[in-house]
Design a protein. Structure first.
Length: 131
């Protein structure tokens, strides 16, 4: 019997950026981040001051090892300098769905030669941040 802390749960059934379905993901970590007003900080008494203007969603997405073609699909979706914002949609394995307008952080991963002439990319990750 596996301990609950050792169980691996597939977090997402699918993820789309714009109209492109992304390759299979290995992990999806959502966070909800506060956007503070410009007068935020500590005053002379060291008391925190400021106003929360909004709460924005952020997804940290990790992918399974990818082929060059799969990596190119992600690059096409996230490297459009003329349209840096896209609708991001996803469905969790619980059936819950969500979508929001977002931009992305930098795409990063490690390049490996799996076999002679066969390139794969491991540990590919990207941040998706609500506009």
């Amino acid at each position: 019997t596996q301990k609950s802390s050792e169980r691996r749960i597939r977090m997402s059934e699918w993820l789309k950026i714009g109209n492109l379905k992304m390759p299979k993901i290995s992990g999806l970590t959502p966070s909800w981040n506060k956007v503070w007003s410009t007068n935020t900080g500590r005053n002379a008494e060291a008391t925190m001051v400021g106003t929360i203007k909004a709460i924005k969603k952020k997804l940290e997405v990790a992918f399974v090892p990818l082929s060059q073609s799969e990596l190119n699909t992600i690059r096409t979706a996230v490297n459009n300098i003329k349209t840096p914002y896209a609708t991001v949609s996803y469905q969790l394995n619980s059936g819950e769905t969500d979508s929001f307008t977002a931009y992305t952080g930098d795409l990063a991963g490690q390049l490996y030669l799996d076999a002679p002439g066969k390139t794969i990319y491991k540990d590919v990750k990207i941040s998706i941040i609500e506009k």
